[in-house]
Design a protein around this ligand. Structure first.
Ligand SMILES: *Cc1c(COP(=O)(O)O)cnc(C)c1O
Length: 354
């Protein structure tokens, strides 16, 4: 079920998923209250459900993943403190440096491999206590890693990072916008990943298919602080049960379907690898994100994306890198159609086509 014309195959992001009729039904009939004055019962049910799924005491429903992340920064860090994050992580790359703008926090970008950080990359980075230096406070991990190619962080390495950080009094946050993709790809429950972190953010509006919303999850005390920061950032929402109902439906019904998205992404990767005109980037596909480029400089990524758009296939490109993200509103048959059109366009080559 797509929100657009049936012919359009939209692989720009898993955020383009639209609510199904069954999801709209539970949203239309959701019990609501005023979640700022006291409580909205459907928001409370969603928060209890996601906290329990992640094995934490409490959760906070927020409008976006960016807000969940930025509230986490503010919960853990004071102005002049530093967070360590992978150099291509969402918090560093795609949030306008909000940790600095909103909370006076410094980020130290650490180059990883396909978004993956090892303990050895971090071990030497804690600033000594000295009035010249910022204070290192927070370790930030993204799983799955978007710019890394939807990569899953190796669990044992994360466990080592978590032990190391906790031994040194550092806090840990997991940007789990696509945590459930990692859960489905590995079979390792969300609570096992979450146990390595003080707070976790998850998105309901990506592959899970809800129209709006994310959650921040952690201790009861951290979430009480988080609730204050949510109000400060303008994220206090009144009859939010209407959207929370969609998120709860997604959590209860759509998690297992992510496996099908991974199969669709593997199919795209296979086609890219089989085409001499295209080059797969970021190595083997682990979840629902595929990065690739055109082998020959005679056809730019921008041209390719524009020609495919004219053929009803929508992709994103950053520079010469092209991204395809699979999701529940694109079927395997549509993926096959998209591959056919992609190969036809690259084979038509530069200067022709359209
Ligand atoms: C999408 C995304 C976010 C932010 O979510 P929004 O709801 O778009 O603000 C944060 N982190 C990662 C890894 C994401 O992919």
């Amino acid at each position: 079920m797509s929100g657009e014309s049936e012919d359009v195959i939209d692989l720009r992001s898993d955020t383009v998923t639209v609510p199904s009729p069954a999801m709209r039904q539970v949203m239309a009939t959701a019990e609501v209250g005023d979640d700022v004055i006291d409580v909205d019962p459907t928001v409370a049910r969603l928060e209890a459900a996601i906290a329990s799924e992640l094995g934490k005491e409490a959760a906070l429903f927020v409008p976006s993943g960016t807000m969940a992340n930025q509230i986490a920064v503010r919960v853990h860090c004071r102005p002049g403190e530093e967070l360590l994050c992978e150099a291509t992580s969402h918090v560093y790359y795609f949030e306008q440096g909000a940790y600095a703008q909103l909370s006076g926090v410094v980020a130290r970008p650490v180059p990883g491999t396909r978004g993956i950080l090892r303990l050895a990359d971090l071990e030497h980075l804690i600033w000594p206590e000295d009035e010249h230096f910022v204070r290192t406070r927070l370790v930030w991990i993204e799983n799955t890693h978007n710019m890394g190619g939807g990569t899953v962080q190796p669990f044992d390495e994360l466990a080592a990072i978590s032990r190391w950080a906790r031994d040194r009094g550092l806090r840990l946050h997991l940007d789990g916008a696509r945590l459930f993709n990692a859960v489905v790809a590995t079979g390792r429950p969300a609570r096992e990943w979450a146990a390595l972190f003080d707070t976790v953010s998850v998105c309901f509006s990506k592959g899970l298919g809800a129209p709006v919303g994310s959650a921040l999850v952690g201790s009861r005390q951290a979430m009480a602080e988080a609730r204050r920061h949510r109000k400060l950032f303008g994220g206090g929402m009144r009859q939010a049960g209407v959207i929370a109902a969609g998120a709860l439906y997604a959590l209860e019904h759509h998690v297992a379907d992510l496996e099908a998205d991974h199969a669709k992404a593997r199919r795209i990767a296979e086609a890219v690898e089989g085409a001499p005109e295209l080059v797969l980037e970021q190595g083997p596909v682990e979840t629902n994100i595929v990065y690739f480029r055109v082998a020959s400089p005679s056809l730019s990524a921008a041209e390719l994306v524009e020609r495919l758009e004219a053929q009803g296939v929508r992709l994103l490109h950053v520079g010469e890198t092209i991204r395809a993200v699979t999701h529940r509103d694109v079927s395997m048959a549509q993926v096959e159609q998209a591959i056919d059109r992609l190969l036809r366009v690259v084979r038509a080559g530069a200067g022709k086509g359209r």
